[in-house]
Design a protein around this ligand. Structure first.
Ligand SMILES: Nc1ncnc2c1ncn2[C@@H]1O[C@H](COP(=O)(O)OP(=O)(O)OP(=O)(O)O)[C@@H](O)[C@H]1O
Length: 810
């Protein structure tokens, strides 16, 4: 850091606080807001003079003395000067290597219009105090505790050191030469044990952050630059661009600038923060894509909602546990009451027995008294009493004893009855309280339930909004595996494929392009998000289109060992249904084929007649089509095996196992939510179309020729439907073929079509062959896929209704 020179990028302390020297009332304002500030002083009187005044006013006595010394030395002999120059050179070298600056002060004054440079430095004193210093042409000053500028004491050079970006970040430079670091002993000091190092001392250093300010000539201070302006500062602009190029999903420059401020303008930190918060979504987005990432907030809200729902769910569980406990306590108290009632009954019985005994004893006494001889007249001679006196005494003793025990018994029974009465009263009170608590808990549970329902509905609506933003018709291109060495396809990236035909190249963009090496898992991953939509009550359709032998059946059905989209999506659907404990799902599967423009039920062995499509009001259905209720994956596999066996397959020149019909598998999902009382109904339609074929190539004859004609006709009708949808035509020719008529609900989300069951999400696989001989078909298939990609199905409605018998649900 040369004295007087502007600070270079390499020598600038990265984390120094730029606003440290911002002018305070009563203080001379110092434009030391940036360490690299180069200021033109005194161009006109309106410009701040303060920085020149500052430096002049703080020139120390020591500085003056040193300047005087130097002048004296300059007058001295040449030899002395040479020695001095050598010394100075040596000092400068040391200053560069040791990062400790000890420049010779100069006494020059700043003339008007001269460029004034300030070097901003940090000095760490061995006593642990960090000082902010300014260096102007070798005159160093520091800011003392009361924010006044003071000359930098000479003896301090040996009592501490200056911080540079390197020694600041490494942390090594904080340690002085001695083994014990010189830091102030306060609550910032501590120690930890580090394996391999033993117990080491720690100190909580106060770091600085970068702040972008602008010089306000009116107020004469460095002011904080508003975010809106800061975006245009080159330093910030470059970092914002860096973040945006790494995370194309981020488009809000203001937001990124704010994040940069938070991360001390460290773009790498900002990127990692965003990735932690939003994950892959930010990486997947294409920079100039038509995605509306302003709605990223929706995604954030979604995450927030998820958190709230989780909280509510936990609260609900706690309350339910409380209610269970109360119920248990209630039944325990009821048992107690029953037991005490039995005790009372038993005591009453005992009392009755004792009373009977007492009665009997009285009777006995009475009879004994009656047996006594009649009284003798007094004047007569005394006759011998006929009753035995001993017996009489015994009887009277017995009577006394009986009376005593009777009294005792009465008082015991009385006491027991009183106790029982009290206990009964207490129990009554407790039962009353229990009922009250139960009512309160039930109220709270109901409140939580309604909150939960509300949050769940909001969460779903946000999720659906997100899917809508992604587009509700998604087209994937899959390239079949081939053994041929040359190919007519070039995959440029994940979303682009190029067809090379007769030397000319044509590019096609899709939502995803799967190469020859892509696995069944990779291909299914593209359709995964729409399965959740289906469970939420939206219709979902996945179909495969392509030339014969291009791998449609392989993609949709796959093999037993390596199943395709059909099995994997049903498996995923079952998994999601099983995860939702509070929702009861009923699944029904049906399978039909469209063969030579007629509908055949594949789940009955010998169908009596071909099926027909019925349009009732605004809904499309196939009356008489077999639907089988399924619960497990095994059930579904069994049903699909039956259907596959009944399908028309034949060997053609292009494919030994060519599908001669369009296969439509429909899985109807009906879910009733115990908590919200809502019932949802949706259908997952999986369609493996028969392959388009050029008769000249397949050399089809007889029945195969008839089939090929029917297949091509229906596929042409499908193309016409997509073309009409693409240009928002008033009439969409759904009824031109059985295929398009049946798929009408899956392909119409448009208000004009007004299908009752609208499709939430439609995924189309365009399967292509890489063989050079198939280049023409491959090109036309990709063009077909491109047309579909430009179709918008419009906004779909969710098929959710409130169950009639559930009054609690709102
Ligand atoms: N990605 C792939 N990896 C391995 N084999 C594949 C792949 N795609 C297709 N195949 C194989 O190519 C052959 C033709 O595929 P598939 O029967 O799926 O074509 P298709 O488009 O359904 O034909 P069609 O319309 O005539 O029924 C099959 O033997 C299949 O196993």
């Amino acid at each position: 850091m040369g004295s007087g020179a502007s600070v270079t990028e390499a020598s600038r302390p990265e984390r120094q606080e730029a606003g440290q020297a911002e002018a305070e009332p009563g203080q001379p304002s110092t434009p030391a807001g940036r360490s690299d500030a180069t200021l033109q002083a005194g161009e006109d009187s309106a410009k701040p003079q303060s920085h020149t005044v500052d430096i002049q006013s703080v020139k120390s006595e020591e500085g003056k003395q040193q300047t005087k010394d130097r002048e004296e030395k300059q007058e001295g002999d040449g030899e002395g000067r040479e020695e001095e120059e050598e010394e100075e050179e040596e000092e400068a070298r040391q200053a560069e290597t040791q990062t400790v600056l000890n420049p010779a002060p100069v006494t020059e004054t700043v003339a008007e219009g001269e460029e004034v440079s300030l070097d901003f430095e940090s000095f760490l004193h061995n006593n642990g105090t960090l000082y902010s210093c300014f260096n102007h042409h070798g005159n160093r000053v520091y800011v003392d505790e009361s924010q006044n500028l003071q000359p930098f004491p000479k003896e301090w050079y040996s009592q501490g050191h200056f911080l540079t970006p390197n020694n600041e970040s490494s942390g090594q430079a904080h340690a002085p030469a001695s083994s014990q670091p010189a830091v102030r002993e306060d609550d910032r000091t501590g120690s930890i044990y580090i394996q391999g190092k033993g117990t080491v001392m720690t100190y909580m250093f106060e770091e600085r952050v970068n702040v972008c300010r602008f010089w306000d000539p009116h107020s004469g201070v460095w002011l904080l630059l508003p975010l809106q302006w800061e975006i245009n500062v080159e330093f910030v602009k470059a970092r914002v661009q860096r973040v945006m190029s790494t995370l194309p999903g981020l488009v809000d420059q203001k937001e990124i600038t704010a994040a940069l401020r938070q991360c001390n303008y460290d773009s790498e930190e900002v990127i990692s923060v965003y990735l932690t918060m939003f994950g892959e979504i930010l990486l997947q987005a294409s920079a100039g894509g038509d995605h509306n990432y302003a709605d990223l907030n929706s995604f954030r809200a979604l995450l927030e909602r998820d958190r709230v729902i989780e909280d509510l769910r936990q609260k609900l569980q706690t309350k339910e546990k409380e209610v269970d406990n109360l119920f248990q306590r209630n039944s325990y108290l009821a048992r107690e009451v029953r037991y005490l009632s039995e005790v009372v009954q038993h005591l009453n019985q005992k009392l009755a027995e004792l009373e009977a005994d007492q009665q009997e004893a009285r009777e006995k006494i009475r009879s004994l008294l009656n047996r006594r001889a009649p009284a003798v007249p007094p004047a007569k001679t005394i006759t011998k009493p006929s009753v035995d006196t001993d017996q009489l005494r015994q009887v009277s003793r017995l009577t006394r004893e009986l009376n005593v025990s009777n009294k005792q018994l009465r008082s015991t029974v009385h006491q027991a009855l009183t106790d029982m009465k009290n206990q009964l009263e207490e129990l009554k009170g407790a039962a009353g309280k229990l009922t009250q608590v139960e009512q309160e808990a039930a109220g709270k549970v109901e409140e939580l339930r309604s909150l939960y329902r509300k949050e769940a509905v909001e969460r779903k609506s946000l999720y659906n909004k997100l899917l809508e933003l992604q587009g509700n018709i998604r087209v994937f291109c899959r390239c079949r595996k081939t053994t041929a060495s040359s190919s007519c396809l070039e995959k440029t990236d994940d979303q682009e494929v190029v067809v090379v035909q007769k030397g000319s190249k044509k590019k096609f963009q899709f939502d995803k392009v799967y190469s020859q090496t892509s696995t069944q898992e990779d291909v299914f991953a593209g359709t995964l998000p729409v399965i959740t939509s289906c469970v939420d009550g939206y219709n979902v359709c996945i179909l495969a289109y392509g030339q014969t032998g291009s791998g449609k059946t392989y993609t949709m059905m796959g093999s037993k060992e390596n199943p395709g989209v059909n099995i994997r999506s049903i498996r995923e659907l079952l998994r999601i249904c099983a995860d939702k404990e509070k929702v009861c799902y009923t699944l029904k599967i049906s399978m039909l084929e469209i063969y030579n423009d007629s509908l055949n039920d594949l789940l009955i062995k010998s169908p009596s007649a071909a099926l027909d499509i019925r349009v009732q009001g605004k809904s499309v259905s196939v009356p008489g089509l077999t639907q089988i209720q399924v619960q497990t994956e095994a059930d579904i596999l069994n049903v699909m095996e039956i259907g596959e066996k009944n399908r028309k397959i034949a060997s053609t020149k292009m494919n030994t196992q060519s599908s001669r019909s369009h296969l439509v598998v429909a899985l109807e999902v009906e879910g009733s939510d115990e908590v919200s009382g809502l019932t949802s109904r949706s259908t997952l339609t999986l369609c493996d179309l028969a392959g388009s074929e050029r008769i000249s190539k397949t050399e089809a004859e007889g029945q195969r020729l008839v089939e090929a004609a029917a297949i091509n006709k229906s596929l042409t009708a499908l193309g016409q439907v997509f073309s009409a949808l693409k240009c928002n035509a008033l009439h969409v020719p759904f009824r031109n073929s059985k295929l398009t008529h049946l798929l009408q609900p899956c392909l119409s989300g448009d208000a004009k079509v007004k299908a009752v069951v609208q499709c939430r999400q439609c995924c189309v696989f365009v399967n292509v062959s890489p063989d050079l001989s198939d280049a023409v078909e491959t090109l036309s298939t990709l063009q077909f896929g491109s047309t579909i990609r430009q179709v918008s199905l419009g906004k779909a409605t969710q098929n959710v209704v409130l169950a009639k018998n559930n009054k609690a649900a709102k």
